[in-house]
Design a binder for this molecule. Structure first.
Ligand code: TRP
Length: 365
């Protein structure tokens, strides 16, 4: 993965973003030589199917880190499903499909435990002392919470208000010191550090030598955001996403319907030609080439030529992933066993951390 250069996020100051970018690039170099220094926490909300935007934006990087030998915990954040909706939706189906997606894309459950919030009581219990270390105004200042307050037409739940604290528990229960995120997530990592250091100041330690919780940092990625096949934000409700689990024919049909423009000459100009450039970008990601070289090769091939290339590239890239995924989903019992095993491992880690927390808080009766 190339180094992150990044433009400026609204929620973090230029200077602070620049520091995070520099530090993330330094970590990227350390990962190559000393992967054992890091433990990574990643996660997804199981609200729908994973699509190729998720894959290139996040999951491909998880597999890369796993293959570099970085220890990783992969959370299916089921308690995050209910912070902004009334019911759990198709939660079992979504969790099962997430498991199949992970296995298909190469997350190896033997190396990378996959677990669900609701199965790890000790993780959730960390919420209580952590909530005591966080103020209401800090939470209301969090950009995701602020955005929800400003733009949602539904009353904000207590879980929504406090979800940044829950995310801190996700990261800290397993003592992860590295979290792959986009720059909009930097405030969450900062709050995680605040909670960890306040815990140390107010409640102390299990042993005098070291704080219980690590200093968590962000690993930023510069993967461009993929848009949907209509050139707007990918969203299940718009039917513009290519899911990892779709078959080749469905993929071909979706790409055939994709929006392009009337200029037959293919270029990569994301600002001027978002729809065409997005398709060029997608082909480039699948072919591991630069979008510029893909556009140049296509030349005057027009929208049809572009779509043909994108279809072939996507279907070829995802063929082995889909094959493994199909095999996995055909055996749900095996997938549930993978989750049970991940939950067991995450529980052991969470209970160890919670026992240190109890000790520090003198609540180890
Ligand atoms: N909110 C993340 C998502 O929507 C998932 C997640 C839950 C997460 N807890 C986390 C990510 C902690 C990083 C750290 O995909």
């Amino acid at each position: 993965m190339t180094e992150f250069e990044g433009d400026i996020a609204d929620s973090v100051s230029d200077a602070s973003l620049a520091r995070s970018v520099a530090r993330s690039n330094e970590i990227e170099r350390q990962l190559a030589t000393d992967p054992g220094r890091f433990r990574v926490l990643t996660g997804d909300r199981p609200t729908g199917r994973l699509h190729i935007g998720h894959y290139f934006g996040s999951h491909a990087n998880r597999v890369r880190l796993q293959e570099m030998g970085v220890e990783q915990f992969n959370l299916i954040a089921d308690y995050q499903v209910i912070y902004d909706r009334d019911g759990v939706g198709e939660i079992r189906e979504n969790v099962l499909n997430a498991l199949a997606d992970y296995v298909g894309m190469g997350i190896d459950p033997a190396r990378t435990p996959i677990f669900t919030h609701s199965s790890i009581p000790a993780l959730n219990q960390l919420m209580l002392p952590f909530l005591a270390l966080t103020t209401d105004s800090e939470l209301r200042r969090n950009p995701t919470v602020k955005d929800e307050l400003a733009n949602s037409d539904r009353p904000m739940s207590g879980l929504m208000l406090t979800f940044p604290v829950h995310q801190a528990a996700d990261i800290l229960f397993c003592k992860a010191n590295l979290v792959p995120v986009g720059k909009d997530q930097l405030p969450h990592i900062e709050l995680t550090r605040t909670i960890a250091s306040r815990f140390d100041q107010r409640y102390g330690r299990a042993t005098p030598e070291a704080p219980i919780f690590p200093f968590a940092e962000a690993l930023l990625s510069d993967v461009p955001l993929l848009l949907g096949t209509d050139g707007t934000k990918m969203s299940k409700s718009k039917g513009n996403t290519i899911e990892i689990g779709m078959d080749a024919d469905t993929t071909a049909r979706l790409i055939r319907r994709a929006v392009t423009d009337s200029d037959r000459h293919i270029t990569y100009e994301p600002e001027k030609r978002p729809e065409v450039s997005n398709l060029v970008q997608l082909a480039a990601l699948c072919l591991d080439r630069t979008p510029e070289s893909v556009a140049e090769e296509l030349g005057d091939a027009g929208g049809g030529g572009l779509k043909k290339l994108v279809t072939e590239a996507v279907n070829e890239y995802f063929a082995p992933i889909r094959e493994r995924r199909n095999e996995a989903i055909a055996d749900p019992a095996q997938l549930w066993a993978i989750l049970a095993e991940g939950n067991e491992r995450a529980t052991a880690v969470a209970e160890q951390t919670l026992s240190e927390v109890r000790q520090a808080m003198q609540m180890d009766y």
